[in-house]
Design a protein around this ligand. Structure first.
Ligand code: S3P
Length: 433
């Protein structure tokens, strides 16, 4: 895999509109596909992951006009109207594989095999298959609960109480989506608050969801849903590398416009504030039922170590590699616990983040459920292997910008899984990749 060399940039300055939210784009495509009529989606994210979801709904005989990255119209076929058979390639996307399971189980007929790339083929699917089977669905996985996953539609589903052992929005979403087709009440409880985009979108589409705290309830079967037209706000996880780079590089001032600030997503802001970083939110507003705003980050503040524990982890699950890098620059010991989920992401992110930091002369001590980093250290230069993980590619780039002599990022191209224009956007702030 080709390495891309990224040089230190000096202060990063400017304004950026980060790409649209990946989680919301997946959900708009999937819920649009099973809406009762057309749904217009402005600014759906163009990326490898969301292209897989677009391909998946098209392979279920859903017509979509327009292009990702611009504006699309999804011609919804109704809640039970997907014509699914054969194989669906989910690429690198766990969100696609897990959420579509909850929809396929409610279709009238057809057997579908879901598979994906080498990374997705190592990721646990029993966490979704088991609760859906408990509701009556016919699902089989490969040994060890791994993909490929075979879903046979047409089985009667019953409302079920799911007490989920992991805080995962993907698992919660699949269980709720299957609940749309089930006879009676579906109850889903999670151990910590994971992102609630599915709940917000289902409510906007006319589904009555109740529950409080960590429990959600819905009563099925639901006849139909109609997702309203929507515009996808900016992705907090794509803003995050700029927040980290801006905080680490003295003299930087970056404004990130129109970012989704859903509290179940924006935990990094809180952690950066605790670390003493200069971050500020301006112009709060709502887009697509989600709280959004502009974020301003300024560099140069002395950072101090922070602790992150299980209840907060889901709100920054995809940003924890950046917390490791920030922690390595902060005075004291940064400790992350309750984050065993990092082991089953696109890579084992405790292992790959540790290897990345080691490659640039920093040290992270892995724990089974998180890590410890002692700072402050400095990055001279070195190599980071993205290992096919888009979040590691962005980590490598941020490390390079904050380094003394630059960093070679191996397999940088995998950044296109969520952010194909990342290098171009870096360049607008004065950096070159
Ligand atoms: C996602 C949820 C998270 C996150 C992933 C996207 C989603 O996974 O890591 O990148 O869109 O629901 P889990 O909720 O399974 O931890």
């Amino acid at each position: 895999m080709a390495a891309v060399r990224i040089d230190p940039a000096g202060a990063l300055r400017g304004t950026l509109r980060v790409p649209p939210d990946k989680s919301l784009t997946h959900r708009a495509l999937l819920l649009g596909a099973v809406s009762d009529g057309p749904v217009r989606v402005a600014r759906p994210l163009e990326s490898a992951d969301t292209a897989a979801t677009l391909g998946a709904i098209q392979s279920c005989a859903v017509r979509v006009d327009g292009d990702l990255g611009d504006e699309i119209v999804i011609h919804g076929v109704g809640l039970r109207g997907l014509r699914a058979s054969g194989r669906i390639d989910c690429g690198n996307s766990g969100t696609l594989m897990r959420l579509i399971m909850g929809i396929l189980v409610g279709q009238r007929s057809g057997t579908v095999v879901l598979d994906g790339d080498a990374s997705l083929s190592r990721r646990p699917m029993a966490r979704v298959a088991d609760p859906l089977r408990a509701a009556g669905a016919a699902i089989s996985t490969a040994p060890g609960g791994l993909p490929p996953v075979e879903v046979t539609a047409g089985m009667p589903l019953a409302g079920t109480v799911h007490d989920l052992p992991v805080a995962s929005a993907q698992v919660k979403s699949a269980a709720l989506l299957a609940g749309l087709f089930a006879e009676g009440e579906t109850v889903v409880s999670e151990p910590a608050p994971s992102r609630d985009h599915t709940e917000r979108m289902l409510a906007a589409a006319g589904v009555s969801l109740t529950g409080e705290g960590l429990t959600r309830r819905l009563t099925g079967p639901v006849d139909g849903i109609q997702l309203p037209d929507l515009e996808v706000p900016g992705d907090f996880s794509s803003a995050a590398p700029f927040l980290a780079a801006g905080a680490l590089i003295p003299g930087s001032e970056i404004t990130l416009q129109g970012v989704n600030l859903n509290p179940a997503r924006a935990g990094l802001l809180e952690v950066m504030r605790r670390m003493g970083a200069d971050v500020e939110v301006a112009s709060p507003r709502r887009v697509a039922g989600e709280p959004c705003g502009d974020i301003v980050v300024r560099g140069g503040a002395e950072l101090v170590a922070a602790s992150v524990e299980a209840q907060e982890v889901p709100s920054l699950i995809d940003e924890l590699p950046l917390v490791a890098l920030l922690g390595a620059h902060a005075q004291g010991v940064t400790v992350v616990t309750g984050a065993a989920e990092l082991r089953v992401k696109e890579t084992d992110r405790i292992a790959t983040t540790s290897a990345a930091l080691e490659g640039i002369g920093l040290r992270l001590a892995g724990r089974p459920d998180g890590f410890t980093v002692e700072g402050p250290g400095t990055i001279t230069g070195g190599r980071v292997d993205a290992a096919g993980d888009h979040r590691l590619a962005m980590l490598g780039a941020v490390a390079a910008l904050a380094s003394g002599t630059g960093v070679a990022v191996e397999d940088f191209a995998c950044v296109a899984v969520s952010y194909p224009g990342f290098a171009r956007d870096l360049a607008t702030l004065g950096a070159a990749a």
